[in-house]
Design a protein around this ligand. Sequence first.
Ligand code: CP
Length: 326
Amino acid sequence: MSLVMVDGAVSHRVPRQSVKTKHLLSAETLTPDYVDEICELAENFEFGFAEANHPRGTAVALLFFQPSTRTRLGFEVATAALGCHAVGLDDMSGSRSNARTGETLEDCGAVISNLCDAIVIRHHDVGAAAKISTRSRKPVINAGDGWNEHPTQALIDLHAMRRNLGSIKGRSIAFGGDPRGRTVRSLMHLLRYELPGEVVFCPPAHVAVPEDILNVLSMSQIRCRVIGNISDALQQCDAIMMAPYDMSDIGEEASSDYISPRASPESHVITAEKIQETDSQSLLFHPLPRQDEIHTDCDDLPNARYFEQVRLSKYVRMAVLDHALR
Ligand code: CP
């Protein structure tokens, strides 16, 4: 803040609102150049070729209105690795920015962006990150908004698939689990740049693949088909991105006592026996948490890449934050 003379008196000049805030709200609006830059920067952080240099005291606000393990801890670890500070609450229902006190997300953004240098928000409502960004002077990162999007998870998923497959171009990529999940939608937006040979869905019988996701594929001229047995994906696909078959809790509030029934159809569950029977070389990914859709007897097989995906997530989140804070 600078001091200026007004009619002989000293006045404080309020900083103007930043005009180049780099929000990360949706995977749909990310450019191929940004995606490549984040993946490259993540790799440079992983191998020690990049160093962060942010001003002392740089603070990242983690606002979690909905439960999280990986995303919250991932951003906290990434913030620390950049030499910055993570501040915030695990459960925003314990704050005074919630429905009970009536503070809007817009006001929450205006307040917190005057204290911190970036905001990471998870919320049970679709569009919550976009809402908080409207009054934020600092970059807002969407860490999952209801059923809508989870763009940083998609960047992690894409980076892990690129790393493990070499290239996604021309490959057959399957999606098991509920195709309505926010991670699926965000990843589909990024996959359209990678030109996979086909995308295969294995949804539960009672759930249709959302129209908007099918439209992304058809507009990108990526072949798409739906199968009813995960063994077909194990036989035919280069990679399978799994998700739970029951994701009913995804829009629940942090204080919800919802308990998932956690019962996947047997035909849709991946087991070591099925991998052996199909002699499958498919690489298995999962944003996690899993329920029963990948049996734990798969964890030590060469197909399993989901814990490696978690390891890579730290560097991707470092890259996202470093880019946003620059
Ligand atoms: N993958 C993911 O978003 O996990 P959390 O809900 O634990 O953050």
